[in-house]
Design a protein. Structure first.
Length: 355
């Protein structure tokens, strides 16, 4: 079996659902269920013995050790993190606690477990750390995309905490020989994406007749990857990645934020037209994100060359699937928009921006 941390979040849940469509290998899902963790994401696995849920924080070493001893996973896939850049600006402490201290605590527990394994299992074991392209910092318009050897230059508390976790993972391979794999991926989008992030926020606000907030002039560039492509890349890295190596994962889809928001509006105009006007009328430029990174771009040639992975979806096909998923899943959105999310909207966006 495999142990996944953070499997109730956006990418972790998509990963588990994908995994179990392709394999009967049991997944233990250890998740703290923060505001971003949602067991409804995995409701199709209720009563499915191939999914075992453990409600715990990765900082709880005693629980981690019990889980490892009891289930003896052949691999640990580490998705759990605080993941939203804007939240890291308002409150960085949680990012240090989970992304740095939590990764350290997980690595220590895994190291003790791994060192005691019989030789054959020890050699076959993998610790796969799911990280981000944001650790490389920001590119100018004409800079080449990030490669696996680009120097780290994180700019937000979020990316700094992820960079720290990447360094710890690297050190555990170098010092202890732990068979680690690190993936640095660009912006994901797709089903089950919490509507604090740009794409699901814009889809949700547009349909609710609310403002579509663009930070600054909207010229910042991100590379977008449909989430099931990320899941396929992680499966492939787990299967054939070189221990100690890092792999950049990206979609070859660089878009400005304005361009992304326009594409969503145009799709909604087609799929769910308004009675009067169009969705672009709801766009407003709002205060910029402090320290806003200008551009991310990923050179994903290494994973293609060495492991034969490349994305299956274009931005156009992936975005159409995503908008359609939100149109078909109002109950999911209504459930995640309740509770703590309202406090976040009040903190991050001025009332006049949102209504
Ligand atoms: P998410 O915020 O949607 O989900 C995070 C999950 O981790 C939630 O289920 C949450 O409950 C859980 N969690 C948080 N703190 C925990 C703790 N202390 N102990 C146990 N569980 C905890 O995040 P996501 O977007 O699914 O991202 C998953 C991973 O992928 C993260 O490591 C993130 O840095 C990385 N990543 C995300 C993207 C992206 O575009 N979303 C891109 C590249 C890399
Ligand atoms: O690059 C990978 C990263 O992508 C992941 O590591 C992070 O976990 C993930 O959250 C994402 O980070 P971003 O900051 O790029 O994603 P976000 O959706 O928050 O913002 C995308 C862009 O849109 C960014 O330039 C900020 C802008 N934006 C975002 C929001 C929420 C807006 O203009 N308005 C908004 O309301």
């Amino acid at each position: 079996m495999i142990l996944v941390t953070g499997g109730a979040g956006f990418i972790g849940a998509n990963f588990i659902l994908d995994w179990l469509t392709q394999s009967d290998e049991v997944v233990i899902n250890l998740d703290k269920l923060t505001y971003a963790g949602n067991l409804n994401n995995l409701s199709s696995l209720n009563n499915d013995d191939r999914h075992l849920f453990v409600h715990a924080d990765i900082n709880e070493r005693d629980i981690l050790e019990q889980v490892l001893q009891k289930h003896k996973p052949r691999a640990v896939l580490h998705f759990a993190a605080e993941s939203h850049v804007d939240r890291s600006i308002h409150g960085p402490a949680a990012f240090i606690e989970t992304n740095v201290n939590g990764t350290f605590s997980l690595l220590e527990s895994v190291r003790a477990y791994w060192q005691a394994l019989p030789e054959q299992e020890k050699n076959a074991f993998r610790f796969l750390h799911v990280s981000t392209d944001e650790v490389y910092g920001s590119l100018e318009a004409n800079d080449p995309p990030f490669t696996e050897t680009t120097a780290y230059a994180p700019n937000s508390p979020y990316s700094a905490s992820k960079a720290a976790s990447d360094h710890l993972v690297r050190a555990y391979h170098h010092t202890y020989g732990l068979p680690t794999l690190t993936t640095n991926c660009s912006n994901n989008y797709g089903p089950l994406h919490f509507p604090e992030k740009l794409i699901p926020l814009v889809i949700t606000n547009a349909r609710a007749g609310k403002v579509l907030p663009i930070y600054g002039d909207g010229s910042q560039v991100r590379d977008w990857l449909y989430v099931s492509d990320h899941c396929a890349a992680i499966r492939r890295v787990l299967e054939a990645g070189q221990p100690g190596a890092t792999y950049n994962i990206g979609g070859w889809n660089e878009k400005t934020n304005l361009n992304v928001v326009h594409s969503i509006c145009d799709l909604l105009d087609e799929l769910q037209p308004k009675v009067a006007g169009n969705y672009r009328d709801q766009i407003r430029h709002v205060k910029d994100r402090p320290g806003h990174d200008k551009r991310y771009a990923i050179d994903a040639r290494k994973i293609e060359r060495e492991l034969g992975w490349k994305p299956a979806e274009s931005f156009e096909t992936g975005l159409r699937k995503t908008v359609s998923w939100y149109l078909d899943n109002d109950a999911w959105t209504a459930q995640v928009l309740s509770g703590e999310y309202q406090n976040w909207v009040a903190l991050q966006y001025h009332v006049q921006d949102i209504h």
